[in-house]
Design a protein around this ligand. Structure first.
Ligand code: FE2
Length: 277
């Protein structure tokens, strides 16, 4: 089983922007998404902030590119996806569902919505009681089968910067208590803080991927009977990097991170499966 995913894409609107930036945006996202979908995988996942402001033009345009490839694509909403048009409209344009679980023989894949609906003040994550109960039931039902959760916000105090205000699911949400009930391996994958980071707590591996405009990498999870590998192949060329810099420095609601790509231990990991728990 192979799952490919990408960090925050922040596909931006070009309404009111000059032609040079628009050309860079069109070329950059066409090329990057082509590289992503050309990778052989069973599922392709966006961990949220697929769009820069959840505008209708952003959603329609990015989905126009995505649909060309006709691949099984999962979009876990990020806070930026829920700033523009209504959540119902985002669901409609993306033709996606939130809080879903896909059971395969090898792994249960969960997409958990953590973004607040059109809250322009509080961009932290939130998971309500109903979602927590659902997650707890999913964890129990999975028994010792591998569970991979894709969510936009980190769990508080796990991956990089998730102990700062607004940079995680609110610390009051007892999601870690729910995760701790898991038998066997779990992997929790998030974006939001735009910083490569991998942390292990008990049987859970927490993975944060940085943002695509900062670093053009694809993420690949390869799952077999004995181990799970997380790889982060870097697919940038000088041309692609130049376009990303031009786009990133000409859009609102996004800040380029000068530190870009993280160290290898924060990007890649081999997890030995604990088959005897
Ligand atoms: Fe983001």
């Amino acid at each position: 089983m192979r799952i490919a995913f990408i960090g925050d894409l922040h596909y931006p609107s070009m309404i009111g922007k000059n032609e040079k930036v628009k050309e860079a945006r069109d070329a950059f996202y066409a090329k990057f998404l082509h590289t992503f979908f050309e990778i052989e995988a069973d599922y392709y996942v966006s961990i949220g902030d697929l769009t820069n402001f959840g505008r209708e033009d952003e959603l329609r345009e990015v989905y126009e590119i995505i649909r060309k490839y006709d691949k099984p694509f999962i979009h876990t909403f990020g806070n930026h996806d829920l700033y523009g048009v209504s959540r119902d409209e985002v669901l409609n344009i993306s033709n996606s569902e939130q809080n879903i679980s896909i059971a395969t023989d090898e792994v249960n894949i969960i997409s958990l919505e953590t973004a607040r609906d059109h809250d322009h003040e509080d961009y932290s994550g939130y998971v309500n009681d109903k979602q927590l109960q659902w997650l707890e039931a999913e964890i129990a039902e999975s028994e010792d089968k591998l569970v991979i959760i894709f969510a936009h916000h980190p769990v508080y105090d796990t991956t990089a910067n998730s102990n700062f205000p607004y940079l995680s699911i609110q610390p009051e949400v007892p999601i870690l208590d729910v995760l701790r009930k898991k038998k066997g391996n779990g992997i929790y994958i998030n974006g939001h803080n735009h910083k490569d980071s991998i942390e292990t707590i008990d049987n859970w591996t927490f993975v944060q991927a940085n943002a695509v405009l900062d670093d053009q990498s694809i993420r690949i999870l390869e799952i077999n009977d004995n181990e799970i590998s997380i790889q982060s192949p870097h697919v940038a060329s000088p041309e692609l990097r130049g376009m990303a810099q031009l786009i990133g420095s000409n859009i609102n609601h996004f800040q380029l991170n000068p530190l870009g790509m993280g160290t290898t231990p924060n990007r890649e990991k081999l997890i030995k499966r604990n088959l005897y728990v």
